[in-house]
Design a protein around this ligand. Structure first.
Ligand code: ACO
Length: 378
């Protein structure tokens, strides 16, 4: 029997260049990133994570009255349901925080009366809860693993303020809050990246929003996607000094190993998020007495560009930014999730709005003439 001849043509490995949906949420034009038509630079300068979440979900910036209500709802829902504190102390805490996040989001879905309600209002209510809570789960995890009780959020404070407060147990420096908020904005969406695609594939089966977000968390975790930021800081710390960059890179490149935080499927001229994070990293590394981290990063960037033509992506400079803010390395990817959840929800909402199930084909290359035989005759 011959394989189906219709599917013997070229395959776009990794779906490179395949346009899988129409989207009005975000766009990459050269090295410009737009959320709903606004440049990322404009939003980072003037907006807040909460306002960006509204923009991604509703397609426009809110008027003051619309925003006051939305922001209040988002802030209210940072509070985790009381029963979740019990789970935290029952779940293993020597696991990767991305796995913990995945487990707790699945747990939250069991207690959400809207979990399997598919109308638009219910989906938007879930989007608010999920976006408000992912950061709270990450902060709670860090406290529980240190033998402390999770903290309650302050209702009047932002998602960024509350995350830093719930992580550290003290009121955060306003400058750090603004920086962290800018990081949340920068990571909130990115066209049809792997985790957004994953969220959309799940949404396309008409499974609920929790399922989409759970699929996306699993996809983001990998080191070729959001997991790269944690690997970047481990690399910078391992290199230790700018004088060791060349030896480190020689070894990695000779071994044909990937250098984390470099390269991008779409950007070839530069990732605008990395440009912004680079300046944040420069300032923070100096301010916190870790100038060598920035010097190592700059040297890596120069050599990767000249030798491999590869540019730093969002994960490269965000790693030193988070590190200099005192955030533990294994929380970097969960923090990415706590921001990107806004984009995942926007993609699921857009997918539900004009849905057709994703069901591509695979070209079969296995045998076609096998016959079953009893175990002792194989
Ligand atoms: N270090 C060394 N070489 C690299 C790197 C890298 N970081 N990235 C790409 N290359 C090389 C590949 O080895 C390949 O070389 P070859 O043609 O000689 O085999 C070539 O560049 C093309 O790379 P691909 O992996 O095919 O590119 P792709 O578009 O499939 O992957 C990706 C893009 C995943 C970002 C890749 O560049 C990579 O693995 N980077 C490191 C991990 C990383 O930083 N991920 C975060 C991406 S941003 C985000 O998801 C938030």
């Amino acid at each position: 029997m011959e394989p189906d001849s219709e599917y013997t043509g070229a395959i776009d490995r990794g779906l490179e260049g395949v346009v899988a949906c129409s989207t009005a949420i975000s766009a990459i034009h050269g090295s410009t990133l737009l959320y709903r038509g606004y440049t990322i630079e404009d939003l980072v300068e003037h907006s807040t994570f909460e306002e960006v979440a509204y923009l991604l979900w509703y397609g426009c910036l809110p008027r003051s009255d619309e925003f006051a209500d939305f922001e209040a709802r988002l802030r209210r829902h940072i509070a985790l349901p009381p029963q979740s504190f019990g789970w935290f102390h029952g779940l293993p805490t020597r696991v990767h925080p991305m796995d913990f996040l995945h487990a707790v989001v699945a747990g939250l879905s069991l207690h959400d009366p809207d979990a399997n309600v598919m109308d638009e209002a219910a989906t938007r209510r879930k989007a608010v809860r999920l976006t408000a809570r992912l950061g709270a789960i990450v902060a709670a995890y860090d406290r529980v693993r240190k033998g402390r009780w999770p903290l309650q959020r302050h209702r009047e404070r932002s998602v960024a303020w509350n995350f830093l407060y719930m992580l550290r147990g003290q009121e955060p420096d306003p400058e750090h809050v603004r920086l962290f908020d800018r990081c949340l904005i920068l990571h909130a969406d990115h066209e049809l990246n792997a985790s957004a695609f994953s969220a959309r594939v799940t949404a396309s089966t008409l499974s609920g929003l929790y399922s989409s977000v759970l699929s996306a968390i699993g996809t983001l975790k990998g080191p070729l996607h959001g997991g790269a930021n944690e690997q970047v800081i481990r690399m910078l710390l391992e290199i230790e000094s700018p004088s060791r960059v060349d030896a480190y890179l020689d070894e990695q490149l000779a071994g044909k190993r990937k250098v984390m935080g470099f390269g991008h499927r779409v950007y070839k001229e530069g990732d605008p998020r990395a440009r912004i994070l680079r300046e944040m990293s420069r300032a923070l590394c100096l301010e916190t007495g870790r100038p060598e981290l920035f010097a190592i990063s700059e040297k890596l960037e120069k050599r990767m560009e000249s030798e491999k033509g590869l540019i730093p992506n969002v994960d490269f400079y965000s790693a030193s930014v988070y590190y200099c803010m005192g955030i533990p390395a294994d929380l970097f990817t969960p923090i990415f999730a706590a921001s990107r959840v806004a984009g995942w929800c926007a993609h699921a909402i857009e997918q539900y709005d004009d849905n057709r199930i994703y069901r591509p084909r695979g070209r079969y290359v296995g045998p076609t003439d096998q016959r079953w035989a009893p175990a002792d005759e194989r």
